[in-house]
Design a protein around this ligand. Structure first.
Ligand SMILES: Cc1ncc(COP(=O)(O)O)c(C=O)c1O
Length: 404
């Protein structure tokens, strides 16, 4: 008789976003005249830029002619895109990453969920707390996490590294040594960043402990301050311990188009085994390549005009971030993030729980955000607002919150 993968039964239901949706639905049914403003979404709202659109059109025209039609894409990515990534995201920053160390995919969510497959299920994973849920859930599916404890809000075999205002939202080395360390900077949900010298310590730690860092840099384009690394390969020795995940979703607005990539340096080995080769094998077995037209659109992001357009998009969202931060600070809120990231992480006032603050904001201001406790136990007492809305709605939401 067929058996299911029991590990799936250990997954905790996606309680966070379904509960938010239920509460918002109930509120709007009771208050049909109220205009709800959503500052909870992690999705972009601005349209694709003109260079990207032009590139999509011309790639579609190529697909319409026999001479230029493209079938299956190379499963690791087209050379033109891998070279553009290697040059612009790495070599121009002084990082020696080659095109054949880059694996093009349909986004960082899939890669961050799939990458654990090339590691043994005996490995101990460490995650920041709060955390982007995909890292933990994909390891639950693989059977690496042990059972969930409702009392602690934690899986028994996972090493949780609290990130709170006390440690400036950067984790300390855990007591138990992990094999796989997930780091994400700029961070979702806290909006926190790590300095190059702090990240260097993690790289040194991973090399010493023979651990691997999975570094999610999906929000790299939002970094505005100096001394914040845009890639982990700015740190010495990262090419022997780190895998980097990147996305076109938040810099160029590809959330609906789908494009991302993973970097695995050829020097990254476990014993004699190259992780670059393992991932290449996995990718070519299970993936048939991102669409040609989307990869051409990705290439356009690296043109001079494309780079200027990315800056403009990021500036648009970061104006919202500044507005949210300044507005809420002036109203007496304790605010974190929002400087090098599109996320604002606020401490709930008057010791309210994350959900109590959610209810208050919804019921009194018709504004929706995301309770921090939904991202992990150390998120309790915090709340996430995003800068991905439009200017007018964001301003109105902040005016309403200021009047509470
Ligand atoms: C930290 C982090 N990594 C990855 C992703 C997913 O990116 P993509 O759209 O490329 O799948 C997100 C999306 O919100 C994210 O917050």
């Amino acid at each position: 008789m067929v058996k299911i993968n029991d590990n799936y039964l250990n997954l905790k239901g996606s309680y966070l976003f379904s509960t938010i949706a239920k509460k918002v639905k109930a509120y709007s049914e009771e208050n049909p005249d109220k205009k709800i403003i959503r500052l909870g979404i992690g999705d972009v709202t601005r349209p694709l830029s003109s260079s990207v659109i032009a590139s999509l059109y011309s790639a579609v025209d190529e697909m319409a002619k026999k001479e230029t039609f493209k079938g299956y894409a190379p499963d690791l990515g087209y050379e033109f895109l891998r070279s553009a990534i290697a040059k612009n995201d790495y070599k121009d920053r002084g990082c020696n990453i080659e095109a054949d160390e880059i694996f093009v995919s349909d986004g960082a969510k899939c890669d961050s969920g799939n990458i654990q497959e090339i590691f043994s299920t005996d490995n101990v994973i460490a995650v920041c707390d709060p955390v982007y849920p995909v890292y933990v859930d994909s390891n639950v599916m693989a059977g690496r996490t042990g059972l969930f404890d409702e009392n602690t809000g934690k899986y028994s075999k996972v090493v949780y590294m609290p990130c709170t205002k006390e440690n400036n939202f950067t984790p300390a080395f855990p007591e138990k040594t992990p094999d796989i360390i997930y780091l994400c900077f700029p961070n979702n949900p806290t909006g926190g960043v790590i300095t190059t010298s702090e990240l260097q310590k993690w790289v040194d730690y991973a090399n010493e402990k023979k651990a691997v860092i999975i570094y999610d840099a999906a929000y790299e384009a939002y970094i505005r301050e100096e001394n914040i690394p845009h890639t982990i390969y700015e740190c010495e020795g990262a090419d022997t311990c780190a895998i980097e995940l990147r996305s076109f979703s938040k810099n160029a607005g590809f959330t609906g188009l789908r494009l991302g990539f993973t970097v695995i340096p050829k020097k990254l080995k476990v014993g004699d085994v190259s992780l670059n080769s393992l991932w290449a094998r996995r990718h070519s077995t299970k993936y048939n390549g991102a669409p040609y037209i989307v990869q051409r659109a990705g290439e356009a992001v690296y043109s001079d005009a494309g780079k200027a357009e990315v800056k403009e998009l990021v500036n648009y969202y970061m104006q919202n971030a500044s507005y949210i931060c300044e507005g809420l600070k002036s109203a007496g809120y304790e605010i974190y993030g929002g400087v090098n990231a599109p996320y604002i992480w606020l401490k709930t006032p008057d010791n309210l729980t994350s959900w109590e603050f959610f209810d208050m904001l919804l019921n009194k201001a018709s504004v929706v955000g995301t309770p921090g406790s939904g991202f992990g136990p150390s998120g309790e007492g915090y709340f996430r607002l995003t800068a991905f809305g439009d200017h007018e709605a964001t301003k109105e939401a902040i005016e309403r919150i200021k009047k509470l």
